[in-house]
Design a protein around this ligand. Structure first.
Ligand SMILES: [Ca+2]
Length: 93
């Protein structure tokens, strides 16, 4: 049986592939795919403007190939995870 953590990991992986397969390289996120992912899957994404998407893309695209590969996506998730931890840690005080 799948544990909650395993379910969460599967969601992280499946969410990447749900968007990466839409156009171009099936194993990377284009700017459009990244935009769709943050807008549809993250509450904060709904408030993001085109300029913010550009900034996010630039920050995440470590090798500057205009695509977000799984490794770059993982770094993004890690940063989000840290932010969530800070949020819940503060909440618990
Ligand atoms: Ca890249």
């Amino acid at each position: 049986m799948e544990t909650p953590l395993e379910k969460a990991l599967a969601t992280l992986v499946l969410t990447f592939h749900k968007y990466s397969g839409k156009e171009g390289n099936k194993f990377t996120l284009s700017r459009g795919e990244l935009k769709a992912l943050v807008k549809n899957e993250l509450g904060l994404g709904q408030k993001m403007k085109e300029r913010n998407i550009d900034e996010l893309m630039k920050t995440l695209d470590k090798n500057s190939d205009d695509e977000i590969d799984f490794k770059e996506y993982s770094a993004f998730l890690s940063a989000l995870c840290m932010a969530y931890n800070d949020f819940f840690h503060q909440d618990g005080k």
